[in-house]
Structures are given as C-alpha cells and as structure tokens.
Design a protein around this ligand. Structure first.
Ligand code: ADP
Ligand code: ZN
Ligand code: ZN
Length: 724
C-alpha cells in the first residue's frame, strides 16, 4: 500500500494520510488535490510510506497530482519544519504561507508564454492612434514598450493597471509575451572602483565559502548596495543564484532597476504581495526552475525554492516589516539565516542602523562584522544635525520660527527640504477644552485622528470612520479643537506661511492608489517639489539628490516610552531620515525640534555615533534582562471581556508553573493596546536567557492550552515579539 502524508492549509497539526498508489518518493514536495471533509483542498506531499496509523479502509485516495509545479525542495520543507517547530505553528499552514496564492488554488496553473511584453508590428502601427493622451497609464506603457520589451514587474511599476491593459492589448494582437532576444538594458553602467572599506567587506564576506553570517554596517550612502552587487556578481559567475530580501514593497522597483542595469544578461524576478497572482506564481516558478538568477523580494520570498542558491542578502535587516505580525509570526531575517545554514551559503545582513540583536551578535563574534564608515561618493559628507529647543519657543501649528526660516532659505536656494512627521491625518486628537472629552474609537483603546479634508475622524488601527462632530457629545461645548499635528496640518500651515513653495505630502492617505507612490517619487526626482512632507514612507532608502534639509517634528514621544524598544527604533528612524539629506553635491542639514535637547539619544545622533549609543542601550538591556540577553515569547489572548482573557492567561500560567521550568513567567496583564476592533486583549510574557530552555517549555506547555480555552477566547503565541 502506498500512503501519502499530506500537509494542508488547516489549523490542525496534520499531516493527513491519503491513498496514493501513483506516487513514489520522488513526489515528496509535490502539489496535489485531496478531498477534505466535504471540500477539495490543495496539499503538499510530505512523505510516502507503506503504513498508516489510521484504518486503511477509511483512507481516501488523492484526487489529482499537479504537474504545474516541481516538488518543493528538501531545504524548503526543512525550513518550513523549522518554522513550524520554532514558531509553534501547524506545518501545513507554514508551507502554504510560503506558496504564492495562485499555487494554493485547486486549478492547475499554466505559466504565461514569455517573461516580457513586446509590441507587435500591428501594435506599433495601431496603438499610437488608438489611445488618447489622456489615458495616462496607457500612454506611459506605450512609450515604455516602444523603447524596450517590458518585464511584467516593470509594467506594473509604470501603472498598477498594466496587467489589465496589456491583456486587452494582447487580445487585439497589439502586444505579445515572449522572451526578449536581447536584453532590455543594453548599457550596463561600469561598476565604480571600490573604496578600501568596501573591498575589505567583500574580502571578509568571501573569506569562508560555506555558511557564515556577516553584518554589513554602513552609514546611508556608504555603498552597501555596491557591496551586494559585487558579491552577487561573484555568485552568478559561479552559476549560483542570489536571494535578496528587502523590507518594503515600494523599494523594489528602484532596486530592481539598479540590478537590471548591472546584470543586463540575467533574469531578475521580484516577489512581493503587490504582484498579480499569476505574476507572482510565474516569478516563483522561475526561481524554482533556476531560470531566474536573482530573486528580489519581501519577507515572503524567504520560502522560495532556489536550487542553485549561493548567497542571501537581507537589506535593512533591522526593519520591523521583516517580522510578520499575523498568522505565522515569523522573522524573515531569522528564517533567512536558518535557510543559509541549511544550504551552507553565506548571508549578509546590511543596515546603517543594525538591530541590537544583530549588533550584539557581531560584537560577540557570532557574526562577522564589516563597517563602511564613510559615504562612498567623496563629495557627499554626512549631514550636520542640530536640535531646536522647543521648550523655550512658541510653536505655531507645531512649527518653530527657526525651522520655517530654514525651509525658506532652502526654498530660495532652489533646494528641496523634507519635513518628517510620523503621524498622518490633520491632528491626532479632537479635544474639548471644557470637560476634557477626547474623541476615541468605540472598538479600540485608541484616539480618533482628525482628517479635516475628508471631514472625518478615523481610527488608524481598525479603520473605523465617523463624521467630525461640531459639538462635544458630553457637555455640548461648540468649541472643540484638534490638538497636535499630523501631516495634513503641517501641509496646510506651510502652504500658508510659504505660499510660493510647491509642497508634496507623502503618507498612506495619499499613496493608497497603487501607482501614486511611484508617480510622486518621479515628481520629486524631476524637481517638481520644494518641500516634501512625509511619514516613515519617505524615511527609508530613497535617494533624492537635490534634498539638502531634513526637519524632524514630533520625535519626543519616542524618547520616554514604556516600550523598551522605543529608543532603538527611534534612533534607527532618525538616522535613516537624516540620511536623506545631502546625498549628492549639496551638504545636508538636519533640524530636530525637541523639548529634550540633552537626551543622550539626540547627542549620539548629532555626533553620528551609532556604536556608543548601541553599546549604551545594550548595557541597559543587560541590566534589565531584556533581549538580546533573554529570549521572549508572548501568549496573547483575545476575548469579548478583559476578565475572561486574564482568567485564561492565569490558568495558562498555573499550568506552566507545574512544568517545573526555569523560565520566567510574568503576570498576565492587559495589552498596551488593550481594546482592538471590539475585542479585549491581554498577554503573558515568558522569557529565559536560553533559547532552548524557553523552547522546551513552550513545546510542553502550548499543546495543553487548547483544553483550557473555550470558544470565546482566541489565543496566539508570538515568538521573539517585536511589540510588547
Ligand atoms: P547604500 O546602499 O549604503 O545606501 P549605495 O550603494 O546606494 O549606498 O551607494 C551610494 C551612492 O554611492 C550610489 O550613488 C552609488 O552608485 C555610489 N557608490 C557606491 N560605491 C561607490 C564607489 N566605490 N565609488 C563611487 N561611488 C560609489
Ligand atoms: Zn465637553
Ligand atoms: Zn478602532
């Protein structure tokens, strides 16, 4: 008898046994369709065995064996198994987290014909008159196609509607998919001659052929990407593939372009959740089949099968978006390290502001460490950073006079400025001065944010919206006001005070439309803006050559926060934003408005001294027994009532105490954000200096929790949580 053990995307441990006479060991990792209850489901074959623990008479046969995807490789399955064990998540769900959506569907997948869209002769004649210039996306696509064949990613970078438009054009015979005979990028820019620091970093990365982790710690603009490019070139020269993980979806188009220019003869695919389903599956299969040499993706790309893998790079390794905050709560950076270990290949973690975990590992010698301390372009110096002490100044709409004057000066000099404020909307609080009422979300323990133009109050956590009230609902006072500033208020205030300035605001409200962000970036590059007002969307990775002044508005809230990671995150954020100033010929300047100009964080920032501040934070963490000196896990419970949630956690804690483990168990407490979308949340923190001891407790403890909870209570475990 041939039994297939199958992983399914269900919240049960699995695997599930099916009769599979047509399968052999070769089929481990294959995509199949099986009956599950009344439904059909896609499954992945984990094992083929002659025995089953179940009554063979009751086993059902698998329905279909798909040939559209080669079996998942052993190292991918091993990585999934590691995630299942370490994050305590069902293996089937882990495997399906890593699969592109299209391959989670029952229907067979047919790969599109070629990798690029090309204009047909018919299209070259017909299209120019067929589209009106008003159809902006179509016109842009046509111009691009007239120049070069267009990869689907690039097309989508031009317009989010590109897939639909191109499909329509294809139906008319105007475009077709094919693999271009020549590269769409004929002119590869020569690689610059390396700085000594870059050369040393590359030598260190290559000093050992197999698995090793190297932290590439380089200030913004120091040429980290150049180091990646050179290491990738060396891997490609040995017929290997390279996997590059980046935090943000909106960083991939620029990076893709830079890679395509450097490696014109190579196939580069990107993998992120913004791709159309078919595209993502196609790119994923191109990686799996070895057609793609370079795989550039966000966290989910860490599970991609890559047969000739030779190098992994995690760019901006400190970035919070590498941690998934729902479902499988994995850290793509940590999983990438595991994957590199399994494949015995080197992995580079790059950052200007490494996470303290990574930095600590480099300091203690577990990781190799390469530093790029200077900007790569000789003329580009690090910006000067100064504080503006707002405890003695009058602020108007959150802006001090020296700050507005500095903006004015840059405006006159024809240079761009960035005003950074990490809060969108008009104002974060609507407040009644008579009775102290504050507009709050009915479903969350959060304040409602005033969105003046839309005349709405919005909850940034659950999305709840309601009209702005004109009188206080508690006391009837008609004079209720917005308190504090957000991006919209700054935009309005600056438009008022610097009427000649062209202002562009960049936050999630503006960039909700898919192509809006890339449109805005190109406007900024073309000098169509004098002042940019932005949230952290603008803090990372973007290179604006004409930007010489960065103003930081409301950083103070992070200086004294209850979250022990707040200062680490704020420091990284401020260094990243500061890094936007003065990238090219123009020296950069950074102004930070603060009531606490003597805070050590700001001192370290002003002197660009990451190292001594990081060491200071590490000392504090060690004294207080916080990560990286301990490993943590959080058991979170959600219930309609906070008492139910706490009671469940109390029972859970009592159970853990019986297990006689040295792990520290804290008391259950309401979560910092205790009410979210109508449910009350509480949490129980457990920690220990040894990862193994913590994991052993979890392994014996968590399976018993199912018996403790009832239908009203939902619980999850978050390993190495980023937010407490
Ligand atoms: P990072 O990734 O650290 O921000 P980049 O690799 O993007 O830095 O480099 C910043 C700028 O310096 C880019 O314009 C890049 O082309 C340039 N650059 C990098 N290395 C060198 C070098 N060795 N010589 C001259 N220019 C360089
Ligand atoms: Zn009132
Ligand atoms: Zn809410």
């Amino acid at each position: 008898m041939t039994i297939a053990r199958i992983a399914l995307d269900v919240p049960l441990a699995g695997p599930f046994d099916y009769l599979a006479p047509q399968l052999t060991q070769e089929d481990v990792g294959r995509r199949v369709v099986v009956p599950f209850g009344p439904r059909k489901m896609v499954g992945i074959v984990l094992d083929i065995t002659p025995h089953s623990d179940y009554d063979p008479a009751k086993l059902k046969p698998i329905k279909l064996v798909h040939a559209d995807m080669p079996p998942l490789a052993a190292d991918v399955l091993a990585t999934c198994q590691f995630c299942s064990d370490y994050y305590h998540h069902p293996l089937g769900q882990v495997i399906f987290t890593g699969l592109p959506g299209r391959l989670r569907q029952i229907e067979a997948f047919t790969r599109p014909a070629g990798s690029h869209w090309c204009l047909t002769e018919q299209g070259a004649h017909a299209l120019p008159s067929a589209i009106t210039p008003r159809a902006r996306a179509q016109a842009k696509l046509l111009v691009a196609l007239q120049a070069n064949p267009l990869g689907a990613d690039q097309a989508q970078h031009i317009s989010a509607n590109a897939p639909a438009i191109l499909r329509k054009w294809a139906a008319n015979g105007w475009v077709q998919r094919m693999t271009p005979a020549r590269s769409p990028y004929p002119h590869a820019p020569a690689s610059p001659s390396l700085t000594d620091e870059q050369r040393a970093a590359i030598d260190l990365a290559q000093s050992h052929a197999g698995f090793q982790v190297m932290l590439l710690h380089g200030v913004t603009g120091s040429g980290k990407t150049e180091v990646y490019l050179q290491l990738i070139a060396k891997a490609l020269a040995q017929s290997r593939q390279a996997l590059i993980l980046v935090p943000e979806i909106n960083l991939t188009p620029q990076l893709t372009l830079r890679f395509s220019e450097r490696f014109p003869e190579r196939r580069i695919v990107s993998l992120h959740s913004g791709l159309a389903d078919g595209e993502r599956a196609d790119n994923w299969l191109a990686a799996q089949s070895g057609e793609a040499d370079i795989i550039l993706g966000t966290r989910l790309a860490v599970f991609t099968p890559i047969p000739r893998l030779g190098l992994i790079v995690v760019d901006e390794e400190h970035d919070g978006s590498f941690k998934q905050q729902e479902g499988l709560r994995y850290s793509a950076r940590d999983v990438a390290i595991y994957r590199a270990h399994v494949r015995d290949v080197p992995i580079i973690l790059g950052s200007a502001t490494p996470s303290l975990e990574t930095y600590h590992n480099a300091q203690t010698g577990r990781y190799r460490y390469a530093k790029l301390s200077r900007r790569a372009v000789q003329s580009a110096r690090l910006p000067t950073i100064q504080t503006i002490d707002t405890s003695r100044l009058l602020l108007q709409d959150g802006l001090s006079d020296p700050l507005v004057n500095a903006l004015h000066a840059r405006l006159q000099a024809g240079e761009q400025s960035l005003v950074f404020i990490n809060r969108r909307g008009y104002s974060p609080v609507l407040f009644c001065g008579e009775c102290g009422w504050i507009a709050g979300c009915k479903r969350c323990s959060a304040r409602l944010v005033v969105h003046l133009r839309a005349r709405q109050l919005r909850c940034h956590l659950c999305g709840h919206e309601e009209p702005i009230v004109s009188a206080c609902p508690d006391c009837g006072n008609q004079d209720i006001r917005p308190l504090g500033v957000g991006t919209q208020r700054i935009e309005a205030a600056l438009a008022d005070r610097l009427p000649e300035a062209r202002i562009i605001r960049v936050d999630r409200d503006v960039t909700r439309r898919k192509e809006a962000f890339t449109d805005i970036l190109s406007d900024i590059h073309q000098g169509k803006a004098d002042i940019l007002i932005g949230t952290q969307m603008l803090a990372k990775g973007h290179d604006f050559p004409n930007l010489s002044l960065v103003c930081v508005l409301n950083a103070d809230s992070g200086l004294y926060s209850a979250d022990f990671r707040a200062t680490e995150k704020l420091f990284a954020l401020l260094l990243q934003v500061s890094g936007r100033a003065g990238r090219a010929e123009i020296p950069g300047e950074v102004l930070i408005q603060t009531q606490f100009p003597n805070h050590p964080l700001l001192h370290a920032l002003i002197t660009h001294d990451f190292d001594s501040y990081a060491r200071r934070l590490l000392t504090e963490r060690q004294q207080a027994q916080f990560p990286p000196f301990v490993y943590q896990a959080i058991l979170r419970a959600e219930a309609p009532d906070i008492d139910q949630a706490i009671a469940f956690l109390d029972r859970a804690k009592a159970l853990a105490e019986q297990l006689d483990s040295p792990v520290t168990l804290f008391d259950p407490v309401p979560s910092p954000l205790s009410r979210l979308a109508g449910l009350e949340r509480a949490q129980l923190l457990v920690q220990h200096p040894s990862r193994n001891i913590l994991q052993t407790l979890l392994k014996h403890w968590l399976p018993h929790l199912h018996a403790l909870s009832d239908r009203q209570i939902r619980w999850i475990i978050d390993i190495d949580p980023q937010d407490l």
